[in-house]
Design a protein around this ligand. Structure first.
Ligand SMILES: Cc1cc2nc3c(=O)[nH]c(=O)nc-3n(C[C@H](O)[C@H](O)[C@H](O)COP(=O)(O)OP(=O)(O)OC[C@H]3O[C@@H](n4cnc5c(N)ncnc54)[C@H](O)[C@@H]3O)c2cc1C
Length: 216
């Protein structure tokens, strides 16, 4: 029996139940409050280089706040150790951390959503390309899926990419590299993607944002 937010209840029967309870920072009981380490909603506040407000206390990973992902924790750890060792390194840029869901079909994204990009006050261009327009996806029997790309209409900067479909958790890295290199639509349009591959959906989505998709 489900209790809905509306106050109503609903009876659903099924064979399996997935419990998605979420995660939270494990910062209790460490004595952080006693030495004055700043905590915000359970997470240790850090400056992008793992530095807290207390000299000599550093934090990385889940305890240093969302997104709570292994690749964020690992990268943040490297930045922090290098900073402690006295090297000058770029701080963690949370806007370029890919998010992947290993479900069927897979889901992957990086950067701003269309809604967030609009809320930021930018004029945007949005491209979409369905997997059904891609030969490799059809050959694999995986034609359900979509790639969506969001660009700043004035500068051409790639602001975000969102993908649903086969192997998108592998493909998203192309867009992560592109964003890290501050790429624009021009460079992506002039990048050659191999045929036949699922990656062609990525280029087609970029082309679609500029009214130039080839296979739709
Ligand atoms: C079921 C599940 C699936 C996940 N799948 C993915 C995934 O597919 N991809 C992804 O990117 N992320 C995934 N995550 C998230 C990922 O595991 C975490 O973001 C990542 O492990 C965070 O690294 P961390 O070093 O901050 O913390 P942890 O890996 O949790 O390491 C913390 C360590 O500190 C130890 N510890 C805790 N308290 C104390 C203490 N008081 N004293 C000493 N040691 C202590 C713990 O035992 C642990 O060894 C998943 C998480 C869960 C729970």
């Amino acid at each position: 029996m489900l209790s809905l937010k509306s106050g109503k209840s609903e009876k659903i029967s099924g064979e399996k139940l997935i419990s998605a309870v979420g995660v939270q920072c494990n910062t209790e009981g460490l004595g952080l409050e006693k030495i004055g380490v700043k905590i915000d909603r359970g997470a240790i506040v850090v400056d992008g280089h793992g530095r807290t407000n207390i000299d000599g206390v550093w934090a990385i990973g889940d305890v240093a706040g969302p997104p709570m992902l292994a690749h964020k924790a690992e990268h943040e750890a490297v930045i922090t150790v290098e900073t402690i060792a006295g090297q000058k390194v770029h701080g963690l840029d949370k806007t370029k951390i890919p998010g992947c869901t290993y479900c069927e079909p897979q889901v992957a994204s990086v950067g701003l959503t269309e809604v967030k990009a609009k809320e930021s006050g930018r004029e945007i261009k949005v491209g979409r390309f369905p997997f059904v327009g891609n030969g490799k996806a059809i050959a694999l029997g995986e034609s359900d899926g979509l790639v969506k790309t969001i660009f700043d209409a004035k500068t051409g900067e790639l602001l975000g990419a969102h993908m649903v479909g086969a192997e998108v958790t592998e493909l998203i890295q192309g867009f992560v590299i592109a964003m890290n290199l501050e790429t624009t639509e021009e460079e992506l349009i002039h990048t050659i993607f191999p045929h036949p591959t699922l990656s062609e959906t990525m280029k087609e989505s970029v082309l679609d944002a500029y009214g130039r998709a080839l296979n739709i």
